[in-house]
Design a protein around this ligand. Structure first.
Ligand SMILES: NC(=O)c1ccc[n+]([C@@H]2O[C@H](COP(=O)([O-])OP(=O)(O)OC[C@H]3O[C@@H](n4cnc5c(N)ncnc54)[C@H](O)[C@@H]3O)[C@@H](O)[C@H]2O)c1
Length: 451
């Protein structure tokens, strides 16, 4: 049975290792977190991703073996994928800290081993030039071997999205391989041929090109999101203009495509803001003014400010008209996108922060993200257990998530009158006809109406 090892069993690595085990490879998973290792060996995944638990349950002890010992990756396999975290440092660059500590441990084991060759495949997101300038010299130093002689290196970043990681790994749109030698790249292609469920095209190139390609992809998407948001902002100011009709039409053109072309809230999450920031930082490093992408970031900040100003205007107006001091705002959806509990850099969280700062009471409903919201705010925000409760106990409700349950919500949930609804994705335009509801939609002219 062919073997591979995966170092770093977090949100991505755990799914990646599980996919290899499912596809019949003897898979060694390595992580420094002993609790994660214990749980995986007992057949329990440590995170929620569709399909993951079933695979771990089926493969643990058969094709999947987890360990805290990096040496086993070297001793029992000839190819090691590195998928540890690369957090953003204070200058917007990805930190190599964990990649380096994992590779030092692996390279030292390689030095002590008699095997002729080992292939390191770095899949963690790194700053362009990091592999040639930092990672390869580090492996050479600790293994006592030379590149493309006693070891080789490939850069093989992932483009999967949280909430769809298992399926995304097995069915990517394409595979990107930066290679230190044609033989190393060919070996990774061979593995993918047996690993993928689809026939994704493979793009092979040198390492630095692959590093630049990785940060470019998400940066292009954020540029597109900011363009759609710019269109929505323009439409808010033009009576009769309909941003969705416009994006639907122009998105049909192959040169544009419909994906990520919906005006709404700012982009957020674990990847978009940080990859965009890294692109800007790298651009400055090579002395290329990052004009275009700095504008993308600025548009994104404006999107948060635009939403906050609409919601604050509504709460102030209600406070005046009702002579009440506490107008509560309900937020439907706190995660950065539907189907995930992750609230990192979520526009809903930016809104909650601003409202709390202004002394406005906040009530949140997001059944997947409840724990993360509690952890961040403690007693400072209230948690609703249903959409109905959120409407019941708030005067202004912001539909921040584009989740199906918010799209499908029935008018009967609106038990409290009068209620102002701020619909960030124009999911429930029928509410504009509901008596007693003041309905405001981002991207629509009446987002700014003060009637
Ligand atoms: N999360 C995403 O959506 C996403 C998408 C594409 C790419 N990426 C990239 O994938 C990489 C991994 O991200 P993640 O979200 O899975 O991270 P994570 O924080 O969820 O997991 C990282 C894991 O690495 C382990 N680890 C740290 N140091 C180690 C070491 N020396 N040896 C072994 N294990 C070690 C940690 O214990 C943890 O389990 C990052 O570079 C990230 O940028 C993430």
């Amino acid at each position: 049975m062919e073997s591979v090892s995966v170092v770093g069993l977090g949100k991505l690595g755990q799914c990646f290792a599980a996919c290899y085990a499912k596809r019949g490879f003897r898979t060694i998973g390595v992580d420094v977190n002993a609790q994660v290792i214990e749980s995986l060996n007992a057949g329990r995944a440590t995170l929620v991703e569709p399909g993951l638990q079933d695979i771990i349950e089926e493969c643990a002890g058969k094709t999947f073996f987890a360990t805290t010992e990096h040496a086993k990756a070297i001793a029992e396999t000839d190819v090691t994928f590195i998928l540890v975290a690369t957090p953003t440092d204070h200058q917007g660059n990805f930190s190599n800290e964990y990649v380096e500590s994992a590779l030092v441990a692996l390279a030292q084991s390689l030095r002590a081993s008699e095997k002729k060759h080992h292939l390191f495949v770095v899949s963690s997101t790194l700053m362009p030039t990091a592999i040639e300038q930092r990672i390869i010299p580090l492996i050479e130093e600790h293994s006592g071997r030379r590149l493309n002689d006693g070891f080789s290196v490939c850069y093989n970043p992932d483009f999967v999205a949280l909430g769809n990681v298992v399926h995304g790994f097995l069915n990517p749109d394409f595979v990107l391989i930066g290679e230190s030698s044609p033989e190393a790249g060919a070996r990774v292609v061979e593995l993918y041929e047996r690993f993928l469920e689809n026939k994704a095209p493979v793009f092979r190139m040198n390492i630095v090109s692959a590093e630049i390609a990785k940060v470019s992809l998400n940066t292009y998407i954020t540029m597109k999101i900011s363009f759609a948001n710019t269109l929505a902002n323009i439409c808010e100011k033009v009576p009769g203009a309909d941003v969705d009709s416009i994006t639907r039409a122009i998105g049909t053109d192959k040169r544009i495509s419909p994906y990520y072309l919906k005006g709404g809230l700012a982009y957020g999450g674990t990847c978009f803001p940080r990859d965009t920031g890294a692109f800007i930082s790298f651009s400055k490093k090579v002395d290329n003014p990052p004009l275009l992408i700095e504008a993308v970031e600025r548009v994104n900040q404006l999107q948060d400010e635009n939403l906050a100003s609409i919601v604050l205007r509504e709460t102030h107006a209600l406070r005046e008209s009702k002579k009440k001091t506490n107008i509560r705002v309900g937020i439907l959806g706190a995660a950065f996108k539907p189907g995930t509990p992750v609230i990192v850099a979520s526009p809903a969280i930016a809104l909650i922060d601003r409202l709390l700062h202004e002394g406005v009471e906040v009530l949140v409903y997001d059944h997947l993200a409840t724990e993360n919201v509690k952890q961040r705010y403690g007693e400072r925000v209230k948690i609703a257990s249903s959409i109905r409760e959120c409407f019941n106990d708030s005067s202004v409700v912001v539909v921040a998530g584009a989740d199906k349950e918010f799209q499908n919500m029935n008018e009967s949930v609106i038990a409290h009158n009068p209620t102002t609804v701020v619909d960030c994705w124009r999911l429930n335009q029928k509410l504009s006809e509901h008596r007693g509801v003041r309905y405001l939609a981002l991207g629509k002219p009446y987002a700014h109406s003060a009637d």
